[in-house]
Design a protein around this ligand. Structure first.
Ligand code: ADP
Ligand code: ZN
Ligand code: ZN
Length: 690
């Protein structure tokens, strides 16, 4: 008998089709089944969804088309997976089809059911995890954390210093789980692709390579399909991945780990702007899987959630303050007061001295600065010309290495002019500094210094410019690990995650700007970056006794640096949370941003303000505040004007209810006169930067 099936397909972001489409089928297909269906003149991948297909009112039955084929070699996606997709779509204000299809491996869209069946035959059988090799004896802190994880439901916030052995705790949790339930699956997420190989090695060494798969965007499509199938079929016991892995199909999921949970890269920055960390918590509850968030510097949201239950906390906080091993003490933090150093010094004399001493001892140092290129601006002192980008409200950055002025927002690049384009003066100079200049100056300053073997100092720079080509980053990191580098210079890329055992000095060249940023999360990010960076130093217990973290600052008495010196994250968090509470900022309120782009700023703002006016009655009823539309901090990018509007409420539920209703209003305004000339708009729920 012919049936009507609701099917989810990938529809354009803002088409009116937010739900399912109806198709005919000769067979009854359970929800979660993957199918191929005609859509317009194409054929596309779809998922049989739940709900009543008849509910789509006004469909003319004669116009309905049949399902083309069924990918019946694959088990249907589970109800929990579908619920996760529905929740994410509703919460982040996107179509369920977009979320669902983006979560499937791209190659699945291309394969016919026969091709897929052949591919599946080649999949390995179910792996059995077989713990291999020695496992270290747990420290008392690790043992206590594990005992709590065993005894309670969670979610857990594992608050452990860098090097306290958090990864070992994750490994043990997985081990305990698989010993009890050999069929179970665990999902372990890390913020960056670069960190997956290291982690994969550790898990493969412990459980055997057959049972571990990775999922991240750096993989080829065939690799991704293979991993996805292994997870979906249940053959893979352990899935390691970046934020996208939160949507992996894991029919027997029992444990979710989110390592470095504070990391901003868990937030997707386009399309459905989901937070993989927040979805991990939701998914854990949904599937009855334990969730462990781990960090040395938790996000203030997670920290706040882990306050005592008597004060309303919902997460169990587990403390691991000590580094593993003898002598594994935290590095000494030294602040250099730049007010008392030679003017315009990039490297203060004491820091230079300290680096020189490390070189003489054959130890490594690392200096980071959060700006790549040579200098952020080129400037004419005669007419005040600056290297503005003609297409953006931003300066083009001077890259000395290829003598270009390059816009980091739109990519527009030009050769550096010989003379000032404004007045013809030859006296145009770089203002400020980036990593390229840092590297150059350091090379000059250390020109006469010799290594213990009499050779010259070897400096390597690692940033987005030196690692554009595949394999470059790995090669550079290998040089550092192999001891072929004395000083490593770079952006925050090098401050995160990497286990540099031989580095005994880490220096932040100029971190002050974040202290006075208009973004209320800037201090949180800075503190976490500096703590992470400090954590890079002295990972090798044998030499960590002398490891140091240097901060060059014009504000040495700033409380943030005070807390850093004491390695006092709780102190820092308490101070920040007090400020946030007084200002009514997250986690004491909930926010969403609506962004609009148009050829003119007026058009972008008019769209937002009209939607705001129409939304005001509902906002007032729900205790939601709509702020006026304002230009974004970089107002124009590639000749497109950008505006944004903040929506805020003390209640997450109220904000969600408001946004759900307002969505239709935004669509209507888009179609009306105020939507004329609008290029695009999007909602960002729980935005990370404002
Ligand atoms: P984190 O993830 O907290 O930064 P890791 O789990 O990477 O810390 O541990 C830091 C180092 O200590 C690693 O080299 C790890 O192998 C080692 N380690 C962890 N736990 C133990 C233990 N119980 N005994 C000995 N070494 C350990
Ligand atoms: Zn000039
Ligand atoms: Zn530009």
């Amino acid at each position: 008998m012919t049936q009507l099936l609701p099917i989810l397909v990938q529809t354009p972001a803002h088409s009116q089709v937010a739900g399912t489409l109806s198709y005919l089928s000769e067979q009854a297909l359970p929800p979660g089944t993957l199918v191929r269906v005609p859509l317009g003149r194409r054929e596309t991948l779809g998922i049989v969804w739940q709900g009543d297909p008849q509910a789509a009112a006004g469909i003319d039955p004669s116009r309905l088309r049949p399902v083309s084929s069924v990918l019946d070699a694959l088990a249907p996606l589970t109800p929990a997976w579908r619920q996760l997709v529905d929740f994410a779509a509703a919460y982040y204000q996107r179509a369920a089809g977009e979320v669902a299809l983006a979560a499937l491996p791209p190659q699945l869209r291309e394969l016919s059911s026969e091709q897929l069946a052949r591919r599946l035959k080649r999949q390995p059988d179910e792996g059995r995890a077989a713990p291999v090799g020695d496992t270290p004896v747990l420290t008392a802190e690790q043992g206590a954390a594990l005992a709590q994880i065993e005894a309670q439901a969670g979610p857990f916030l594992l608050f452990g210093a860098t090097g306290s052995g958090k990864t070992e705790v994750y490994l043990r949790c997985v081990q305990t789980l698989l010993e009890r339930e050999p069929d179970a699956q665990a999902l372990v997420m890390v913020p960056e692709i670069n960190l997956t190989p290291q982690l994969e090695q550790r898990f493969a060494a412990r459980f055997g390579a057959e049972v571990v798969v990775s999922l991240h965007s750096g993989m080829t499509n065939p690799q991704r399909l293979k991993s996805w199938l292994a997870a979906h079929s249940g053959a893979a016991r352990i899935v390691l991945g970046t934020r996208m892995a939160v949507f992996a199909s894991l029919p027997r999921l029992r444990l979710i780990v989110v390592d470095e949970e504070h990391d901003p890269s868990y937030k997707q920055q386009e399309g459905a702007r989901y937070s993989a960390r927040d979805l991990a918590i939701y998914r854990g509850r949904l599937e009855n899987a334990k969730v462990i968030l781990g960090s040395a510097t938790p996000s203030l949201e997670s920290w706040h959630h882990s306050r005592p239950a008597t004060e309303g906390g919902r997460y169990v906080r587990l403390d691991m303050p000590s580094r593993v091993g003898d002598g594994g003490s935290l590095p000494l933090v030294r602040r250099v007061d730049m007010n008392h150093q030679p003017r315009h010094a990039v490297f203060s004399p004491p820091l230079l001295q300290a680096i020189t001493e490390r070189i003489a001892r054959g130890e490594q140092s690392m200096v980071f600065l959060n700006r790549r290129g040579y200098a952020p601006v080129l400037h004419c002192s005669d007419c005040d010309w600056k290297s503005e980008c003609p297409h953006c409200s931003a300066y083009r950055v001077f890259h000395k290495i290829d003598r270009t002025l390059r816009c980091h927002h739109c990519g527009y690049a030009e050769r550096v002019p010989r003379a000032c384009p404004g007045c013809g003066s030859p006296d145009i100079r770089p203002m400020g500094r980036g990593t390229e200049k840092l590297e150059e100056q350091l090379a000059e300053l250390l020109a006469d210094v010799r290594r213990p073997d009499g050779g010259p100092v070897r400096i390597v720079r690692i940033d987005a410019d030196t690692t554009k080509l595949k394999g470059e980053l790995e090669a550079q990191l290998a040089q550092v690990h192999g001891g072929e580098v004395d000083v490593l210079v770079g952006t925050q890329m090098i401050a995160k995650g990497h286990d540099f055992r031989r580095i005994t000095l880490v220096a932040a060249a100029n971190p002050d700007s974040a202290l006075f940023s208009s973004d209320f999360r800037a201090p949180e990010r800075l503190f976490s970056l500096l703590m992470q960076a400090a954590g890079r130093a002295g990972r090798d217990a044998g030499i960590s006794r002398q490891s140091e973290m240097w901060v060059q600052t014009h504000h040495p008495t700033h409380p943030l640096y005070d807390n850093l010196k004491k390695h006092d994250y709780p102190g820092f968090a308490a101070q920040q949370l007090t400020e946030r509470e007084q200002a009514g900022l997250p986690p004491y309120s909930f926010q969403a941003l609506v962004r609009a782009e148009a050829r003119t700023q007026e058009t972008a703002q008019a769209f937002l303000n009209t939607a705001s006016t129409l939304g005001t009655p509902s906002a007032e009823a729900l205790n939601v505040t709509l702020y006026p539309a304002v230009p974004m901090s970089v107002q124009r990018v590639a000749n497109v004007e950008r505006a944004q509007m903040l929506v805020e409420s003390p209640s997450r539920a109220a904000l969600q209810r408001f946004l759900a209703g307002w969505h239709e209003v935004l669509h209507e305004v888009r179609r009306g006169p105020e939507g004329q000339g609008l290029i695009r708009w999007a909602v960002d729920v729980d935005p990370l930067s404002i």
